[in-house]
Ligand binder design. Structure first.
Ligand SMILES: NC(=O)c1ccc[n+]([C@@H]2O[C@H](COP(=O)([O-])OP(=O)(O)OC[C@H]3O[C@@H](n4cnc5c(N)ncnc54)[C@H](O)[C@@H]3O)[C@@H](O)[C@H]2O)c1
Length: 258
């Protein structure tokens, strides 16, 4: 084993990646496979999830699987985690990443829209972490979770109105710390990443005038790529981060600094 593999390798680890069919989750899954992790994709996009799993298995010498899983359904989450463990033999890592963003001025947000964002971005993260952690505890195993928060946990984005998104991401950042403390004695580390503006289907769907406004606000004058998050995610899962838990890593081209 090379020194780099010792520091950052995920050989023999089994990782679930939610929202892994595309975007940040897909790119992270590919990179985790490249350093040795077996990958299980959970997503609503069943076909795209299966396709991602096939592409990864074609490219890297790892095992992959995919499951339809709606992270807002606690019983389904429990079942699919058990099914993933059965299929792969064990579980070690969770990239808890599925999320949505709906942009509406606060005065026009309907209760259903508010609840939908809370349900996916906060309840979904909780149900996945809860059942994954419970599986590890029940099987007397340590492991690691990385939750995808956002720089929106720390700042308020403009000009787009997205109070629900910002509130959920702040909650994910704090939930991460709560889980880290609660599970520190169980050998389960829990950290979050907080990306700035990253070019994916999610941001591509946002109004062009908003995106142009962001470029003027970002000190680096560009959006980031999913690839620019992958190394931080691998670090947080790796043995190099054995003493790192309850931590939020901001990767935002300096956005939150100014
Ligand atoms: N793109 C950015 O600029 C950015 C910045 C900060 C944080 N994030 C966060 O990163 C994560 C991934 O974002 P992305 O840009 O890759 O978005 P994306 O829309 O490309 O991918 C999100 C994935 O989550 C899946 N998903 C949505 N709801 C789900 C549910 N209920 N159950 C299971 N899967 C579900 C979607 O099907 C999709 O495959 C999200 O949590 C997002 O909030 C993104």
């Amino acid at each position: 084993m090379t020194h780099l593999e010792k520091l950052f390798g995920l050989q023999g680890k089994v990782a679930i990646v939610t929202g892994g069919a595309r975007g940040i989750g897909k790119c992270a899954a590919e990179n985790m496979a490249a350093v040795g992790a077996d990958i299980v994709i959970f997503d609503l996009l069943e076909e795209a999830a299966a396709q991602t799993a096939r592409e990864i298995a074609d490219k890297y010498p790892v095992r992959t699987a995919s499951f339809y899983c709606d992270v807002t359904k606690p019983e389904q989450v429990r079942e699919r985690i058990a099914a993933a463990a059965d299929k792969m033999g064990t579980l070690d890592l969770l990239l808890n990443n599925a999320g949505i963003c709906i942009q509406t001025p606060v005065e026009d947000v309907l209760p259903d829209e508010w609840l939908k964002v809370i349900d996916v971005n906060l309840n979904g993260i909780f149900y996945m972490a809860q059942q994954f952690g419970k599986w590890l505890i029940t099987h007397n195993r340590g492991g690691a979770i990385v939750n995808t928060a956002s720089m929106s946990a720390s700042i308020i984005n403009t000009p787009q109105p997205q109070a629900s998104y910002n509130a959920t991401k702040a909650a994910v950042k704090h939930l991460t710390k709560s889980l880290a403390v609660e599970w520190v004695s169980k050998g389960i580390r829990v950290n979050s990443i907080s990306p700035g503006y990253i070019w994916t289907d999610l941001t591509a769907a946002i109004r062009e005038d908003y995106r142009n406004a962001w470029l003027a606000q970002i000190p680096m004058r560009r959006m980031g790529t999913p690839q620019e998050l992958a190394g931080a995610i691998i670090y947080l899962f790796s043995d190099s981060a054995a003493y790192t838990t309850g931590c939020d890593v901001i990767i935002d081209g300096c956005f939150t600094v100014v």
